[in-house]
Design a binder for this molecule. Structure first.
Ligand code: NAD
Length: 459
């Protein structure tokens, strides 16, 4: 394997050869990628299962199918997305024809996390390639089996100067970040996001940061509690709670708290049985370090349900915690596991106290049928994106840009938004030469009054 600086050199040279500007070439790469992934479906699902006992169903829907649909979208729309777009001209610069050209940045670094290790490596890669960039991908070192498959797929599909997967941990990531990139796309924790941003700032490299945070879920009294519990349990326990947009904690109207908690407990049992450890549908925590971290979050807390920890098996049972203090560890850090704190509110001021205690979240959920309350709440708080009366599902519509704000990230992607994220928008004005209004040229004497009139007229 080449050294990292050599890989970057080769990719830069290949980019400058203009080959990736050819839309047909990009299309052929995307189609080859699709066919390779389709061929390896079972291996991909098996790798995810070996890595953290993720069920085939969840792997299929949240990794395999989402990657294939992103590929389908790119293959279908690439020609249209890449075309220069004409925009209306300005009267001030008449005569002209004005365009926005979508230009690939060049050589892109993508660093991926472990929690959706297949999806979050390939989704940005697909759009980076579609937009005409060359890519170095660093998959997560914590999901070794999935990372190996990713490396194989990329090797089988792409010539090395177009895309390559470089496996490794912090040391490799650090060496990668020390190179000069044309764009960096990072998905991971806020803590590492800051390291990436610092490295990028040194070279003024543009970045997208897809980070995490504590996503609240507000539940008022106007809804069907059983349905709320069903959707909540699905979204909280999907991937074992290791989802960046999982509802992190609940803020429940105090009048319905007991009923909701009972419904959630019934729903957990309905879906995963009395012993979720034996369920094939409930994944494990990724590693011992995270099991220990999650276990420590439960110290001194009041557990309403669950709380079983098996450090040998990397297992934590679905757990409900009653009213943790806002300054507790549980309420200060992103949980990223199957633990759900239940806080209550009497009035909207209580909700504000809880939410303002934390940074801007990646997602925000409201279960309510009160339109006024929903609209007011959407507009009041700053967050990446959200769902009313469900959780997680906004991730599934590629027409919605996906990304955080503040500590939960910067920039966004998915579908065309992803293509745009990896494209520089180059403004081009093509001016006519058949008319040359003399007013802009010196000497300016006596021209200012005319200029004022023109500006007033143009409004
Ligand atoms: P992480 O930040 O620990 O690691 C992410 C990647 O960064 C890995 O490839 C890792 O090798 C690399 N890395 C680790 N330390 C590094 C360093 N010092 N310098 C450079 N690179 C380094 O995150 P994780 O544990 O893999 O993933 C969990 C986090 O990711 C959660 O906070 C979650 O919310 C977030 N996340 C966000 C999204 C999103 O779309 N916004 C999606 C998934 C996960």
């Amino acid at each position: 394997m080449k050294s990292i600086p050599d890989i970057v050199l080769d990719q830069n040279a290949f980019f400058l050869s203009q080959k990736t500007k050819d839309i047909q070439y990009r299309l052929s790469l995307l189609k080859a990628l699709k066919s390779e992934i389709l061929k390896k479906e079972q291996e991909i699902l098996d790798a995810l299962n070996t890595d953290f006992k993720k069920s085939e169903f969840e792997s299929y829907i949240s990794e395999f199918a989402l990657v294939i649909s992103e590929l389908n979208l790119a293959i279908k729309h690439i020609k249209n997305w890449a075309k220069p777009k004409r925009v209306s001209a300005s009267l001030l610069t008449f005569p002209s024809k004005d365009y926005i050209y979508k230009e690939p940045y060049g050589t892109v670094l993508i660093i991926a996390p472990w929690n959706y290790p297949f999806l979050l490596a390939l989704e940005p890669l697909i759009m980076a390639i579609a937009a005409g960039n060359t890519v170095v991908l660093k998959p997560s070192e914590l999901t070794q089996n999935t990372s190996n498959i990713l490396t194989q797929i990329i090797k089988n599909v792409f010539p090395e100067p177009v895309a390559v997967s470089v496996e490794g941990g912090v040391e490799t990531a650090t060496e990668l970040l020390a190179q000069k990139w044309d764009y960096i796309f990072f998905t991971g924790s806020t803590k590492v996001g800051k390291i990436v941003a610092e490295a990028a700032a040194k070279q003024l490299t543009p970045i997208t940061l897809e980070l995490g945070g504590k996503s609240p879920c507000i539940i008022d009294h106007t809804n069907n509690i059983e349905l709320v519990a069903r959707r909540l349990v699905w979204g909280k326990l999907f991937n074992g709670g290791q989802t960046c947009i999982a509802p992190d904690y609940l803020i429940v109207n105090s009048n319905i708290k007991d009923e909701l908690v009972n419904s959630i407990i019934k729903e957990i049992t309905r879906r995963y049985g009395k012993h979720p450890k034996t369920s094939n549908d409930f994944p494990r925590i990724i590693n011992k370090k995270n099991v220990k971290r999650l276990k420590a979050l439960l110290n001194n807390e009041t557990i309403i349900y669950g709380g079983d920890v098996d450090e040998v098996e990397n297992y934590i049972s679905p757990t409900l915690v009653d009213a943790p203090k806002l300054n507790s560890k549980l309420m200060q850090e992103e949980i990223f596991g199957p633990i759900l704190p239940v806080l209550t509110y009497e009035n909207e001021a209580d909700i504000e106290t809880i939410i303002r205690n934390l940074d801007k979240p990646l997602s925000f959920y409201i279960f309510s049928n009160n339109k006024h309350f929903i609209e007011k709440t959407i507009q009041k708080y700053r967050f990446g994106g959200g769902v009313i009366n469900d959780v997680l599902v906004h991730f599934g519509n590629p027409k919605l840009p996906f990304g955080g704000i503040g500590t939960s990230g910067m920039g966004n992607y998915h579908g065309k938004h992803g293509f745009d994220a990896f494209s520089h928008k180059k403004s081009i004005m093509k001016r006519g030469t058949w008319l040359d209004i003399p007013m802009r040229y010196a000497p300016y004497k006596k021209k200012l009054n005319l200029l004022r009139k023109v500006f007033k007229y143009l409004g």
